[in-house]
Every structure is written in structure tokens, then in C-alpha cells.
Design a protein around this ligand. Structure first.
Ligand code: NAG
Ligand code: NAG
Ligand code: NAG
Ligand code: NAG
Ligand code: NAG
Ligand code: NAG
Ligand code: NAG
Ligand code: NAG
Ligand code: NAG
Ligand code: NAG
Ligand code: NAG
Ligand code: NAG
Length: 418
């Protein structure tokens, strides 16, 4: 009897703490119990979603979970996810570069694909994704743009009617999140911070990128990174970005787009409002690939067709903007390639920046380069940015192929591809 009790208590305690993959299921609530020996918690996490991903809850305790392998948790329905602890991605860069799950676009990969209907994913302002990107991202890529295989931390795919809130993402290896084939989502109170402590930068640590998405609200984001804060891409519509603070990155990027030869894509109805940008490259910009295909994604391409329209960046505060408040480029091309800026047929129209206040540390307020093959109508700078200061007495707004500008252009826009 005593030995039976001992055996049962041993089994019980070992079921809780000894090996990875443990799930404590009570009714429809699955609590993922982390391993104590540092082994991979991904199988346990996947198991929790399998057991409680329909009409249930998945709970991560206030503990650290080691994620050492890719996860796919899709087809969820009516599930609440509570992240009270930290998901710590391993630094086995060789594994991630070779085993990422395909994003299904741009030859990119991801570490976790999550999807379904009626998902409520809550971090309660505390739950954290830690990509340990210093090793697996910044130092590994060593300033190489879009180094193939660096995975996106979290991809939300084929998801409808869902909300993500109170989540923290630090040290992303690559893009922090991506959202594809999804509709009716709310993302609020999201904290993102990818900061390098070495000589290598944090490029490609985008906050999020959207593809085939409709009706998404991004509210109260804090993004510190070295690239786009939020970047609506291929076939994105009706996106609202509001009440957010961005530090040091590139601001809101519409695109890049037009990367696939003769392929039709669009971005329509994106409003970014009440954004505070500290030392951002731009507040908001639009970038398309040139009309000449050179190479393949992620770092090459071009020759796409389609349109970007109905884009608004309003009520912003931009402090020490380090290139310009407003930017359009149709010069994006294969890394290192130049020229072709007038070949792009991708149509940009109806883009408005302002009202806004702040300053640039350059003499530039706006650099607006549209392609001669598709000049841009209805480009607006509210009050010609009269409330925005520049460094020095020159206030430059450069333009190429802007149709009937309502502001004074001070020269032609250059061909830098950023
Ligand atoms: C399993 O979960 C239940 C309810 O959340 C809790 O009461 C119980 O202590 C947990 N068991 C273990 C072994 O953690
Ligand atoms: C959603 O799941 C919860 C259990 O987590 C259940 O109580 C509720 O009835 C489900 N809602 C629907 C619409 O099925
Ligand atoms: C998690 O635990 C830490 C101490 O390890 C504590 O400071 C923190 O408040 C806890 N967070 C939550 C959400 O319970
Ligand atoms: C991307 O995929 C295309 C095929 O879709 C392929 O031809 C190309 O070489 C790939 N590029 C890279 C960098 O893997
Ligand atoms: C999402 O849906 C698309 C289009 O229906 C499909 O091609 C893709 O495989 C799905 N992705 C996932 C992760 O389920
Ligand atoms: C957009 O999505 C939200 C959920 O974030 C939903 O409440 C709203 O009804 C959707 N709007 C439309 C027009 O479908
Ligand atoms: C981002 O992280 C860095 C390094 O840990 C820190 O110095 C900085 O204050 C953080 N930024 C924000 C906005 O929290
Ligand atoms: C940079 O960050 C990494 C990861 O947190 C750490 O191991 C390393 O000691 C840090 N280096 C410096 C110079 O602070
Ligand atoms: C890497 O790029 C960052 C900007 O993203 C820059 O600050 C840094 O100087 C670059 N490092 C080297 C060694 O070129
Ligand atoms: C963009 O917004 C306009 C005006 O609200 C609307 O008529 C149009 O259908 C929207 N476009 C898309 C793709 O939803
Ligand atoms: C331009 O875009 C704005 C914002 O979406 C919209 O309200 C307006 O109707 C658009 N103008 C035209 C001419 O479509
Ligand atoms: C103004 O520009 C000069 C020359 O580029 C630079 O050294 C200086 O730091 C800038 N001042 C401000 C306030 O941005």
C-alpha cells in the first residue's frame, strides 16, 4: 500500500515536472507544464492545442518555455490562450535556418504558424516571446538583408474574428510577426523591442507584415526595431493603425509590393493615426519594386502590377525623423542593383500625410519618387507640412512624376531604393 502510494505520487510528480510535453488538462483547460531539464517544450505546446484548441483554453504558466522546434497549431476554434510566462526560442541558428515552416510567400519561413477562428490570445501585458535574436538574427545575418531562413517568430494564418492583446515580443530573429489570409482581427497593447548590442543592426525585425488580409486594427503598439514598424503588403485592405509609438525604425511601410513579375497585387484603405515616431526614418512610406525583374524573393524580383490607394497618415508627432516625414519610392530592386526607377507600372494614388507636427534632422520634409511609367495622382501633404521643422533653413520637398502637386516641389526626387 505504502509503496503503491509512493509509486502513484512519483508518477504524479513526474507527470508534472520530469519530462517535456506535459499537459495538465482539467475540463477544457490545458495548462502547458514546462520541462525542468531545459528540453524542448514545443511538443507539449502542440499537444495542448490539439487537446484544447476547440472550445477550450490553453494556458502558459508564469514560467519559461524552451522552444527548440517549429510549431504548427492551426484549425483552432473558440480558444482562449493565456501567456503568463516567456516563450524562449533556442539559439540553434542552424536548426531554424534549415527547418522553418514556409510562409507561403516571398520564400520566407516561420517558427510558429497559428490559426483558426475566434481565437483570443492574451499576454496580459506580461507574456513574452523572446527570439534571442542577438545570436540567431543580428550577429548571424551581420547586416545581410533578408538572410534566407531566418524565421518569422509568429505567423497568424487563415484566421478570422480573433484578438491578440497584451503580448510582448523581444529580440525577434527576423520579422516579429506576419499575418496572412486573415480577416477581422484586433491586435492591441503589443510591445515589440529588438535592440542589438553589437555592431550588427536589427534590419528585417519588422513589427508585422500583412498578406491577403482584410479588416485588421492595430491599436496601442510600442515598436522599437531597425526596420518597418508595421508593413501592409500583398492584397491588404481596410487596416487601421492607431495610438502607437515607434522608436528608431522605418515607420509605417506600405509595401514593398510588386515583387512578382506580371502578378496583380493591391493595398487599399490603410489609415495610420495618432502615431508618435521618435527617430524614425520616415513616418510613413510607400515602396514598390521596379518594373524590371531581377532575381527572386526574398531579395530580388520586380515587374509586378496593381495599385496602392487610399492611404492616410494623420495626426502624427514625429521627433528627430532621420530621413524625411513622407516618402515614396518605386526604385526597390535586387540588393545592390540601381536604376529602373521609371519602369514600374504599379499605380500609387491617393496618399495623404498630415496633419502632423515634429521635425526632421535633415533638410527634407518629403521625398516623393513615382515612376514615369505610372505617375502618382492625389498625393497630399496637409498644409505643406507647415508645422514641421527641418534642420537648417532649406525645406525640401522633392518630387518625380507627382501629378498636379498641391505643394511646392523644390527639386526632383532621387533614386535611393529605401
Ligand atoms: C492541474 O490543474 C488543476 C486546475 O488548474 C490544478 O488544481 C492542479 O493542481 C494541477 N495539477 C498539477 C499537477 O499541476
Ligand atoms: C466556447 O468554448 C467555451 C469553453 O471554453 C464554451 O463554454 C462556449 O460555449 C464555447 N462557445 C461556443 C459558441 O461554442
Ligand atoms: C511572474 O513571476 C515573477 C517572479 O518570478 C513576478 O515578478 C511576476 O509578477 C509574475 N507575473 C505574473 C503575471 O504573475
Ligand atoms: C525563391 O523561389 C523561387 C521559386 O518560387 C526560386 O526560383 C528562387 O530561386 C527562390 N529564391 C531563393 C532565394 O530561394
Ligand atoms: C491557408 O489558406 C491558404 C489558401 O486557402 C492555403 O493555401 C494555405 O495552405 C493555408 N495555410 C495554412 C497554414 O493553413
Ligand atoms: C472588423 O473586425 C472587427 C473585429 O476586430 C469586427 O468587430 C468588425 O465587425 C469587422 N468589420 C467588418 C466590416 O466586418
Ligand atoms: C528596448 O530595449 C532596450 C535594450 O534592452 C532598452 O534600452 C530600451 O529602453 C527598450 N525600449 C523601450 C521602448 O522599452
Ligand atoms: C549582448 O546580448 C547577448 C544576448 O543577450 C549577451 O549574451 C551578450 O553578453 C551581450 N553583449 C554585450 C556586449 O552586452
Ligand atoms: C550594420 O547596420 C547598422 C544599421 O542597421 C549600422 O548602424 C552598423 O554600423 C552596421 N554595421 C557595420 C559593421 O557595418
Ligand atoms: C475601401 O474603402 C472604400 C470606402 O470606404 C470602400 O468603398 C471600398 O470597398 C474599400 N475597399 C476594399 C477593398 O474593401
Ligand atoms: C482617398 O482616400 C481617403 C481615405 O481612405 C478616402 O476617404 C477618399 O474618398 C479617397 N479619395 C478618392 C478620390 O477615392
Ligand atoms: C543638422 O545637420 C547637421 C549636418 O548634417 C548635423 O551635424 C546636425 O546634428 C543636425 N542637427 C540637428 C539638430 O538635427
Amino acid at each position: 500500500m505504502a509503496s503503491a502510494i509512493l509509486l502513484i505520487s512519483l508518477l504524479f510528480s513526474s507527470a508534472v515536472y520530469a519530462w517535456p510535453g506535459t499537459v495538465n488538462k482539467t475540463g477544457s483547460i490545458c495548462t502547458v507544464v514546462p520541462s525542468v531539464d531545459g528540453s524542448d517544450d514545443a511538443p507539449g505546446i502542440i499537444s495542448a492545442f490539439e487537446q484544447c484548441g476547440q472550445d477550450g483554453s490553453v494556458v502558459f504558466m508564469n514560467e519559461t518555455y524552451n522552444v527548440q522546434s517549429v510549431m504548427q497549431t492551426t484549425g483552432l476554434n473558440n480558444v482562449s490562450i493565456h501567456l503568463y510566462g516567456t516563450l524562449l526560442w533556442s539559439t540553434d541558428t542552424g536548426y531554424w535556418v534549415n527547418n522553418g515552416l514556409p510562409l507561403g510567400h516571398l520564400n520566407m519561413t516561420t517558427a510558429w504558424i497559428l490559426g483558426g477562428n475566434d481565437i483570443t490570445f492574451m499576454g496580459h501585458g506580461y507574456g513574452t516571446f523572446d527570439g534571442q535574436g542577438q545570436f540567431g538574427g543580428y550577429d548571424l545575418a551581420a547586416n545581410t538583408s533578408n538572410m534566407p531562413g531566418r524565421p518569422i517568430s509568429l505567423t497568424v494564418a487563415n484566421t478570422t474574428n480573433s484578438a491578440f492583446s497584451g503580448l510582448r515580443f523581444v529580440q525577434s530573429q527576423f520579422w516579429t510577426t506576419a499575418i496572412t489570409h486573415s480577416e477581422n482581427l484586433l491586435w492591441e497593447d503589443i510591445y515589440i523591442n529588438s535592440t542589438s548590442n553589437s555592431t550588427w543592426g536589427t534590419q528585417n525585425t519588422d513589427g508585422t507584415d500583412t498578406f491577403w488580409c482584410n479588416n485588421i486594427t492595430f491599436s496601442r503598439w510600442s515598436v522599437t526595431n531597425g526596420d518597418d514598424a508595421i508593413a501592409p503588403k500583398t492584397n491588404s485592405s481596410n487596416l487601421l493603425i492607431q495610438d502607437s509609438v515607434f522608436y528608431g525604425g522605418n515607420g509605417v511601410a506600405i509595401g514593398s509590393i510588386g515583387q512578382y513579375l506580371d502578378t496583380f497585387e493591391f493595398i487599399e484603405n490603410v489609415t495610420a493615426e495618432r502615431i508618435i515616431c521618435y527617430s524614425c526614418e520616415y513616418v510613413g512610406y510607400v515602396k514598390t519594386w521596379t518594373g524590371v525583374q531581377q532575381g527572386y524573393p526574398p531579395n530580388g524580383g520586380g515587374g509586378g502590377i496593381g495599385y496602392v490607394k487610399n492611404i492616410v497618415f494623420r495626426d502624427f508627432v514625429a521627433i528627430n525623423t532621420w530621413v524625411a516625414i513622407a516618402h515614396i519610392t518605386q526604385c526597390t530592386s535586387y540588393v545592390g542593383a540601381t536604376g529602373g526607377c521609371d519602369t514600374c507600372k504599379f499605380q500609387i494614388s491617393n496618399v495623404t500625410w498630415g496633419p502632423g507636427v515634429g521635425n526632421t534632422v535633415t533638410s527634407y520634409l518629403a521625398e516623393l519618387q513615382c515612376s514615369a511609367a505610372a505617375p502618382c495622382p492625389d498625393i497630399n501633404l496637409v498644409d505643406s507640412f507647415g508645422l514641421i521643422g527641418t534642420n537648417g533653413t532649406e525645406r525640401q520637398i522633392t518630387c518625380s512624376n507627382i501629378v498636379d502637386p498641391t505643394f511646392s516641389c523644390t527639386g526632383s526626387a532621387g533614386s535611393d531604393q529605401y
